[in-house]
Design a protein around this ligand. Sequence first.
Ligand code: ATP
Length: 306
Amino acid sequence: LMQLSIPLNFIGFVYREIRQGLTDIEQMFDLLQVEAEVVDCPDAKPLASGPGAIAFNNVHFAYDPERPILKGVSFEVPAGKTVAIVGPSGAGKSTISRLLYRFYDVQQGSVTIDGQDVREVTQQSLRSVIGMVPQDTVLFNDTIAYNIRYGRPAASAEEVKAAADIAQIGTFITHLPEGFETKVGERGLKLSGGEKQRVAIARTVLKGPPILILDEATSALDTTTEHEIQSALDIVSKNRTTLVIAHRLSTVINADEIIVLRAGEIAERGTHTALIEQGGLYASMWNRQREATQAEEHLRQVREND
Ligand code: ATP
């Protein structure tokens, strides 16, 4: 037992040490693991720059061959437009964003950007045109400025501040005792989910990519925060090809098209108004979520009045 417990302790020690230095170690392991799944093809060329139109053509995908996740999904996001993917938990929404970023390769069909198959271009060039605002942003144990500048290390202090303003977090930051030099992350100031998401938006604003993937947080945000984030996203996604993986329906009303995914297939598609009129899955999800939001708001008010 002694023999076994020493190495285990040692591994624990090393893990904790690394973890302290790098808050996003889990995410790093995740990335390393999935990146090993795809490699550049021998004659990969850089993605030729274009307007940034996305197409999923009859995409079939499974993480595990026994269990298909996407079963023949086709849709387009025209350059500069916004398409939102909604649907029940586990339907395959986030999987779509992972395929676009090419963390995995499709088993059938293709994913293209301006007509170029993502499997045929270099990963570096692919990822340079895509900005990803993930569900849970992990911050580095460093200053807020560092965390925003990560989107474009050469950016000036003014550019960092302008990006924070666009992301609707500039005022919050300037009111902190040390402003943009405030340390955040595990060993610094802990930011809320909504604040972290806005830091991620600021990062993406600095990067300025033609294509955006917004993977919304599943967790409920209060109405004010949600509105702030929404208006930040509206500004950022303007004139950019945007794919929104939506867990909260309130953010998809203005999308050019809404794709309703159910068990890996497109069950419905259309604008918000058209889908509500249709009275199908989207309409019932919408009604359920509205009731839940109203109940939450009511509870909040009762608590505030106490
Ligand atoms: P949610 O709204 O709950 O986030 P989602 O629609 O985004 O769900 P996905 O994250 O795309 O769903 O996952 C679709 C299915 O694929 C789920 O059943 C999930 O368990 C499975 N899955 C996701 N990631 C992996 C993985 N790395 N390995 C194996 N299965 C996975």
